[in-house]
Design a protein around this ligand. Sequence first.
Ligand SMILES: [Cu+2]
Length: 207
Amino acid sequence: MRRNGWIVACGLWASAGFAPPPQSTIDIVAGTIELGGRPAAGAVVYLVRERADVPGAGAAIADTAVLDQRGLSFLPAVLAVRPGTTVEFLNNDVVLHNVFSPGRVVGVGEPFDLGTYSRGEMRHRTFTELGAHTILCNVHPEMVAYVVSVPAEHRAVTDPDGSFSIGDVPSGSYQLRVWYPQSPEFAMDVQVSPDLKPLAISLEPGT
Ligand SMILES: [Cu+2]
């Protein structure tokens, strides 16, 4: 649809005597991520533009996202946001839950504690810092989640089988980065085009 739209738009520009805009298509960046032969589930994959002059790539944004507490788990276990995003922490269980971050256990971030609250209540926090924030509940020590703030409009979190798919990516040069708690940060250059094949990424174990 969009490519047809470009053809029509270019035709209009040409007939009006203007130069057509730089050619750009919308592509999908997909693949799988593994660590030590096992799928890397819950890894954050994101695309950073190599040209800093391209607008909209990594700027902070006033956005909202939801991290639910349901069935004694944080859902999702990994939430990838852009800096400036306000995360709403819900409680949809019949028991009390708490939300706190101990600070720099993994990644970055200052410690915070949103308190303990019951079903139907919501607390929120705006994540201005880049990096991973560990989220815990002091009522249930087994509950853990990560809010990962990345400078990227185009991002995904891998499925249990390690697969990911990032859609609506304009063609061009990007650095693909991966955040995964058990591995050092990974980066590779990617030329996004309609010819891009699915990527197979192997992470190094952490030290
Ligand atoms: Cu809890």
